[in-house]
Design a binder for this molecule. Structure first.
Ligand SMILES: [Zn+2]
Length: 499
């Protein structure tokens, strides 16, 4: 799994996140931002036109468009990426058969980063320094690229670079394909000029969601004036007070967070009237969808994306996620890498992003288990839909210092341990009500002990700030355990038995 984890935007957003200052990037518009905004608008318009044409096309034309894009990407990768040139050395030249291409993993690509990217000016070492600085979130790298990071569950942090064309494709897919359902008469009014937006997100790093939002805000000052980012790392009552103050018409967050907020709304503590909420970054369960839609009395818009490709699938009014299969190839496979037919859950899925040329993602092992559904959807969309399984960890419920329940989001816990302790491969298990067990992976006993202590300190600070009462935190010498059935590492688990 790769979570698209929105995070803190630049330092200009700190005041907004704490709810104490001006919202949006503010200040004078950089002429270069204006120029980029104008040129992006042109690219966006061109991509919207292509998407509409594809939506109207017959199946044979769609298939030909996709095959042309696959051939173009493979040719480009072999010509301009040293990594792919070597990786595909056994393939005949001009090969356009995706299935013939050996898959890739994040570890492989990150280990060969400078040879993977197709722009020789991109260097892993320089990008690592860039993403360590939270004040530079959404700053265009080399004047044109968007850069974000992701940890996923493999423990190997990823750095993703998106070129202007890919960004235009994501923006065009976002604006053309989403359905708000029958509860909204005119979806175009939704993000209208006066509508306030709230992104409730993990903070503290260059995560895709917030890089995306702040980038849009830099390019479009009107949007910036109506957008605020709120941190999921703060106590829930603080967040509720900030949202009551901001009164957003549109709220974007993770389903676990939205479910918590819907509960607060039902209890009367949260008093907002959003016209729509956007759910992403984790799997949205049917129960959460109902709870969120009922709690806010508005439609829930869902998408399926990853740091490797922001727009893999879009939600329709019937709760299905339809593939953007004109720009994405998603191949569900079993443990041997063989294709899994529609209707059956896969072990993992191979992702090919047809939009981004600067860092080609071709048959990339994404780690998600998906089930493809090719049966007709009542919405009329001909594109197949996918169900994504197990793409989330557990919400932990602990006793608060005052006796009330404190709910902790898995993404908040993961962000704290990753960003504050620099530990990526870990596992936190709730063994009883206020007892937690922490496992950390690091080479060598000494390094593991140091990483474990760092993670425990960051976690203790976080628990205290959330108002959690006394907690027994046990450090376990055993490394994190992957689920023997799925082969995946679930980093935050509500019990030792849940796998
Ligand atoms: Zn549908």
């Amino acid at each position: 799994m790769t979570q698209v984890k929105p995070g803190r935007a630049s330092s200009r957003y700190v005041a907004a996140m704490t709810g104490t200052g001006e919202h949006g990037p503010g200040g004078a518009l950089d002429p270069w931002d204006w120029w980029r905004g104008t040129s992006e608008l042109w690219r966006w318009g061109e991509r919207v036109r292509e998407i509409w044409l594809d939506d109207l096309a017959d199946d044979a034309t769609r298939s030909a468009t996709r095959q042309r894009r696959i051939a173009g990407l493979l040719g480009h990768a072999r010509e301009n990426s040293a990594f792919y040139r070597t990786h595909y050395r056994h393939l005949p030249s001009g090969c356009a058969d995706l299935r013939a291409c050996p898959p890739v993993t994040r570890s492989q690509l990150m280990a060969n980063f400078d040879g993977w990217v197709t722009d020789p000016q991109l260097r892993r070492r320089e990008l690592e320094a860039f993403v360590r600085d939270p004040s530079r979130v959404a700053e265009p790298w080399l004047g044109k690229y968007a850069v974000w990071t992701s940890s996923g569950t493999t423990g190997v942090p990823g750095i993703y670079v998106q070129d202007p064309d890919a960004l235009a494709v994501y923006a065009a897919l976002l604006t053309t394909r989403f359905e708000f359902g029958p509860m909204v008469a005119d979806p175009w009014q939704m993000p209208g000029a006066s509508a306030r937006m709230a992104l409730v997100a993990a903070t503290g790093g260059h995560f895709a969601g917030v890089v995306w939002w702040e980038r849009q805000c830099r390019l479009h000052p009107l949007l910036a004036a109506h957008t605020r980012v709120f941190s999921i790392l703060q106590p829930l009552d603080t967040l509720v007070a900030q949202l009551n103050d901001w009164q957003p018409a549109f709220v974007g967050s993770y389903p676990t967070m939205l479910a918590l907020l819907a509960h607060e709304q039902c209890e009367g503590r949260l008093k907002i009237r959003p016209r729509a909420v956007w759910s992403g970054g984790e799997a949205l369960t049917a129960a959460d969808r109902v709870a969120i839609a009922d709690g806010f009395a508005c439609p829930v818009v869902e998408d399926y994306g990853a740091s490797e490709c922001m727009q893999i699938a879009f939600g329709c009014r019937h709760g299905r996620l339809h593939l953007n299969d004109d720009w994405v190839v998603l191949e569900p496979v079993d443990e041997d890498g063989d294709p899994v037919p529609p209707g059956q859950p896969s072990r993992t899925v191979l992702l090919t992003n047809l939009a981004n040329r600067v860092q080609p993602v071709i048959r990339y092992d994404l780690g998600d288990s998906v089930t493809v559904d090719t049966t007709p959807c009542p919405c009329g969309q001909r594109r197949p839909s996918v169900r994504v399984q197990g793409r989330r960890d557990d919400v932990l419920v602990l006793d608060g210092a005052g006796g009330a329940d404190v709910r902790l989001l898995p993404l908040a816990i993961e962000t704290v341990i990753e960003e504050e302790a620099g530990v990526h491969r870990f596992q936190l298990i709730q063994t009883s009500r206020n007892a937690l067990c922490l496992r950390v992976d690091a080479p060598g006993a000494r390094q593991r002990a140091v990483a474990c202590r760092r993670a425990a300190r960051a976690l203790a600070r976080f628990l205290k700030a959330q108002g959690v009462g006394a907690v027994e935190l046990k450090l376990d010498d055993c490394p994190p355990q992957v689920n023997p059935v799925s082969g995946k590492l679930r980093r935050v688990r509500a019990s030792a038995a849940s796998g």
